[in-house]
Write a protein that binds this ligand. Sequence first.
Ligand code: NAD
Length: 476
Amino acid sequence: MTQIVEPSFRESVDLMFNRAVALMDLPPGLEEKIRVCNATYTVRFGVRLRGQIQTFTGYRSVHSEHMEPVKGGIRFALGVNQDEVEALAALMTYKCALVEAPFGGSKGGLRIDPRQYEEHELERITRRFAYELAKRDLIHPSQNVPAPDMGTGEREMAWIADQYARMNTTDINAKACVTGKPLNAGGISGRVEATGRGVQYALQEFFRDPEGMKKANMTGSLDGKRVIVQGLGNVGYHAAKFLSEENGALITGIIERDGALFSSDGLDVEAVHQWIIKHGGITGFPDANHTAEGSAVLEEDCDILIPAALEGVINLSNAANIKAPLIIEAANGPVTAGGDEILRERGTVIIPDMYANAGGVTVSYFEWVKNLSHIRFGRMQRRQEEARHQLVIDELSRLDEHMGDAWSMTPQFKDKYLRGAGELELVRSGLDDTMRIAYQSMRDVWHERDDAHDLRTAAYLVSIGKVAASYRAKGL
Ligand code: NAD
C-alpha cells in the first residue's frame, strides 16, 4: 500500500504560492526572491525554575523585508518548529501586502506548553525570550514588531514591551516595539477582538458578492446560517460571538481540544466561553450534545466551517468528507495543499487565511501608528464632531416644533447622531474598510481572470503583485 505523504506546512504555503506565481509574468529570479525566507534565528536559553535550569527553544523568522518593520505574532505552543515559523512568516508577508499594512512578514515561536507554568514563571520565560530577540533587533519599533498568536495575548505583549523599554530607556517610541498590548500599556481599543471581528467583516463582504455566493451555492444572508467553529480561543470565540449575536448565525458546532459540542438550535457562545474559563474545557457543558471525537465534527453538515485553531486540520485524510460549501480560514494554514486541491475540485469555496484573519495585523497596524503618534485616535476630533452634529440637531428641533405631529425626530436618531466617534468606533470602521477593500481586490481577480479559479489563487496574485511592485520600486 502506498502511503499518502502530506507536504509540510511551509511546503504547503510554497505550493500554493507556486500555483499562483505560475500565472504571473515576473522577471527571472524575482519569484524565487519573494518565495524564500530571508532568515530564521533560533535561540536556546535557560531559565532557573523550581530549583533547576530549564532550557527553552525559540525562533524568530523574517520572511521578507521589502517593507520594514517586519511584523508577525509570537506563538507559545509545544508544536512550534522552524518549518512552522517560516510558513507563518511567509503568510504574514502576503497578508500584509493584501490588506495594505506597510510591513514585511515575520513570525516567532517558543516551544512551550504555557498551561504547564505559573504566571510568574511564564513572565520570566517571556522576558528572557524578549531579551534574546531585542538584543538582536528582532524586536524593535522600526525593524521587527511582534504581536499575539496562539498561546499568547495581552499579558505577554505587556511583558515584552516592558522588557524592551528597560533595555532602551531613551527610546521615545519604545511602546511601538510590539502590538496587542493592554489598553493601559499602550494598546488600542478593539485589538483583542480584531481577528474575530475581521472574520465577521470578511463574511459580511462575501455575502455582498452575489457571484461569489453563487459559486458557493449559497443564497440569502448570514441570518440562520449554520456554522461550525474549531477552536474557541481568541479568534474563534470572537468570530462565533459576533456572528451569532449580531448576524443571527447559528453556531451549531464548537470543536475544542477535549471534543466537540453540537446543537442544531445553535449554541450560546458566551455561555460555552465562560464554561471553558471555569472548567478548562467544554466537557460537561449542559444543553448540548458532546462527543470526544472532536475533529469528526469538521465533517458534519453545515453552511460555514470556521477552522480557528491549528494548521493542517483539513487535509488529504478528511477533505473529501467536508460538507460545508464555504470554509473561512480563521486560523493560519488550516487546509493543507492536498486538502485544498480536493476541496477545489469539489467546488467548495475557501476564503483564505491570508485575508480571513488579517483583522489582527490590521488593528496592530493602527496600534503601531497610535504608539508612534503618541495620541489616542479620535482625541482631537470627537467633541468637535459632536458640536457640529449638535448644530444640525438644534436646527432639526426647530423644524420639529413647526411641523407639529406631521414629522418628528426619534430619540434614538438624536442619540446616535450626536455621538462622536471614539477610538473603538474608528478602529472598527478602519478594519471594516480594510476588509471590504481587500476582498474586492481578490474578488475582481477571481471573477475576471479565467485562470484564477479560486479565492486563494486570487489573493496570492494580488499580494505577490504588490510585493513585486515594491521590490521593483527599490530597484531590485
Ligand atoms: P488561542 O490560543 O487564543 O486559541 C486557540 C484555541 O484552539 C484554544 O481555545 C485551544 O484550546 C483550541 N485548540 C487547540 N488545539 C485544538 C485542537 N486540536 N482541536 C480543537 N481546538 C483546539 O489562539 P488564537 O490567537 O485564537 O489563534 C488561533 C489561530 O488563529 C492560529 O492559527 C493563529 O495563528 C491564528 N491567528 C491569530 C491571530 C490573533 O490575533 N490572535 C491573528 C491572525 C491569525
